[in-house]
Design a protein. Structure first.
Length: 147
């Protein structure tokens, strides 16, 4: 789907407030309510808008530990990439996975209840993923921005 300036403006407004009433959204982009809703529905159907979510404020004392994990594979063949990605999808502890350019092949985001729980993830999941040559983990201190 090719997006025009109005579509991009709609997306920008929805990123800021996905619960914005359609009438306000339409007024902000200069469309009628029905034309605006039609554009939103088309972007949903085309997969441009994947869904809507609620951002929940974290408690003052975080109850989870976020680790950003950089993975280097032994080889970058299609078979290695496919096997690694299929294995990653089987582990709910891995909440995000990005195929990268640069020094690492993948960057993962994992969530654990404690450092000891992350150690289990590292030993029993990450180190056993197919084709892994190197694992480099960084633990997040706190979230600064989430959108």
């Amino acid at each position: 789907m090719k997006l025009d300036a109005i579509d991009r403006k709609i997306l920008g407004l929805l990123r800021g407030n996905a619960r914005m009433p359609n009438s306000e959204l339409a007024a902000a982009v200069g469309l009628s309510a029905s034309a605006c809703l039609r554009r939103v529905r088309l972007m949903e159907q085309a997969g441009v808008i994947l869904g809507y979510t609620a951002l929940v404020s974290a408690p003052e004392e975080p109850t989870t530990l976020t680790a950003i994990v950089r993975i280097t594979l032994e080889k970058q063949t299609e078979d290695y990439l496919n096997r690694f990605e299929a294995a990653v999808r089987r582990h709910p502890e891995i909440v995000e996975c990005f195929l990268m350019t640069g020094d690492e092949d993948y960057i993962l985001r994992t969530v654990a209840e404690s450092p000891a729980a992350y150690e289990v993830i590292h030993k029993e999941i990450l180190s056993r993923l197919p084709g892994v040559k190197r694992i480099n983990s960084s633990l997040a201190i706190r979230s600064v921005l989430s959108s």
